[in-house]
Design a protein around this ligand. Structure first.
Ligand code: AMP
Length: 479
């Protein structure tokens, strides 16, 4: 059995890892850390919620602990992320794993925060800088941040960072860092298109592609409800939110305006709910995430700003009230549940005209989405299409592509068991060792704690081909 001690990390970092309660590195950590410690460039991909952050933070901290800094000012480690929430979480992990490194200083520079407060922090020495590209460029152009000392450049959620909304900024930033830097790219979704775009940023990169084992893939149950119209979606949502196993949920909408409207509606119906979208002040956004984490709100209605990075173990459900236009976002959205080996449920609402989008999502993920109906809330129209050119056989009860004659699986009202009864027990996995630790985390007071479900060991596949590139669309940065 592999353990953190065998990875070659600095003793002060091992001490901090031990304090988190994690004893066994996850597969992405096992593979990425030794290569990163050798100073190699990496492009790494693994399922959401499987410990990617530590896979790049730990070798970055090791570098800081093991090698003296060069002369000059500015960060030695630069981590670029697409959203402010993710930046805050990555900074928190850097602080956790680096707590025994003397004088380690981590800074987080994100948009939406007053400049004067950030400028004060930038006047003192710091080692790690975690930033969203826009705010970083602001500071670089004002001469407040110098990037000439960067030893390691890390792109978290790399596919998003190299998407058209960000790529120019990222390339500009990379040009300002030394050529001999080490570059690491991490994401749950790395298409061959993204790999190509990243080529000029890297030197002979090693590729790591961790494929989730079947049991881990199944830790998020994916279901689909065909819907007739907005009113039908609202009635379904209302019904679903009444189930006692919905501990904490993120509902994704396609627009900020719709998120706001839905929040009002759910608030009027008596739910503890809040919105999260790009028009909100950063302080408000951070407070909302904190309230969700602490269980003060049960429902977060969000745009895709919440699709990546948010790591809150109590999120039991993700609901795609509107399907994402970008297929990769589906993977990131549903990855907000089923974190660290827990079980989660992802429900998607789709109009009848969206069946081809559903099929593209299934093709991208390689997983069928089970089509379900709730008695009394069935759609008036049934989606009976089998996709043109589909090669995979139709599986009864497991695919969204159900011929009308068989009909979707019907979900009867479930008895209201306690959480403990309904949740499957943890199986042996590297996550099981963290069980006692995670039970210490705050749970939703009204609903009680959510025990984690188990995940068997991941299987590993290396040098496999990456998924087909999705069409590249111009999108605005969501930070
Ligand atoms: P990430 O994919 O980095 O967002 O991590 C998902 C969750 O897994 C976070 O809550 C981490 O704290 C947790 N985690 C990271 N590494 C390990 C590990 N080796 N064992 C158990 N849990 C871990």
């Amino acid at each position: 059995m592999s353990c953190f001690e065998n990875l070659g990390l600095h003793p002060h970092i091992l001490e901090a890892i031990a304090e988190t309660g994690y004893t066994q590195p996850t597969p992405i950590q096992q593979e990425a850390i030794p290569l990163a410690l050798q100073g190699l460039d990496l492009r790494a991909s693994a399922q959401t919620g499987t410990g990617k952050t530590a896979a790049f933070i730990l070798p970055a901290l090791h570098r800081l602990a093991a090698t003296p800094p060069s002369k000059g000012v500015g960060p030695r480690i630069l981590i670029l992320v697409p959203t402010r929430e993710l930046a805050t979480q990555v900074a928190a992990q850097a602080k956790t794993y680096g707590k025994h490194l003397p004088h380690l200083k981590t800074l987080c520079m994100i948009g939406g925060v007053p400049y004067h407060a950030q400028k004060r922090l930038l006047q003192k020495p710091y080692d790690i800088l975690i930033a969203t590209p826009g705010r970083l460029i602001d500071y670089v152009e004002r001469g407040t941040i110098k990037l000439s000392r960067v030893e390691m450049l890390i792109l978290d959620e790399a596919d998003r960072m190299l998407d058209m909304g960000f790529i120019e900024a990222v390339e500009h930033i990379a040009d300002l860092t030394p050529e001999n830097r080490q570059t690491l790219l991490f994401s749950a979704t790395l298409s061959s298109h993204i790999l190509k775009l990243s080529e000029h940023l890297m030197k002979e990169p090693r590729e790591i592609f961790i494929e989730a084992s079947q049991s881990h893939k199944n830790n998020i149950a994916q279901r689909l409800h065909y819907t007739d119209d907005l009113d039908h979606k609202n009635r379904l949502l209302d019904h679903i939110l009444q189930a006692s196993d919905v501990v904490s949920v993120i509902v994704f909408t396609s627009t900020k305006q719709h998120a706001g409207e839905l929040v009002e509606q759910l608030h009027d119906a008596g739910h503890a709910v809040a919105a999260l979208h790009g028009d909100m002040h950063q302080r408000q956004r951070s407070r909302t995430i904190d309230q969700l984490r602490k269980g003060f709100i049960r429902i977060l209605v969000a745009t895709d700003v919440a699709a990546r990075g948010i790591d809150i173990p109590t999120i039991s459900h993700v609901i795609n009230f509107d399907l994402p236009r970008n297929i990769e976002d589906y993977v990131h959205r549903i990855g907000r549940t089923g974190r660290a080996g827990a079980k989660g449920v992802a429900l998607s609402f789709a109009g009848h005209r969206e069946s081809s989008l559903v099929q593209r999502i299934e093709k991208f993920t390689g997983q069928d989405i089970e089509c379900v109906e709730i008695p009394g809330l069935e759609p008036k129209m049934r989606s009976s299409k089998k996709p043109a050119g589909s090669k995979r056989p139709f599986k009864q009860g497991h695919s969204s592509r159900r011929p009308e004659s068989r009909g979707p699986r019907r979900y009867e009202e479930r008895p209201r068991h306690s959480q403990q009864e309904r949740r499957p027990k943890q199986e042996g996995s590297f996550f099981s060792q963290t069980e006692s630790k995670r039970q210490d985390r705050p749970a939703r007071p009204q609903q009680g704690k959510r025990p984690d479900g188990g995940a068997k060991k991941f299987s590993r596949v290396f040098n496999t081909t990456f998924s087909t590139p999705a069409p590249r669309k111009k999108r605005e940065p969501v930070a």
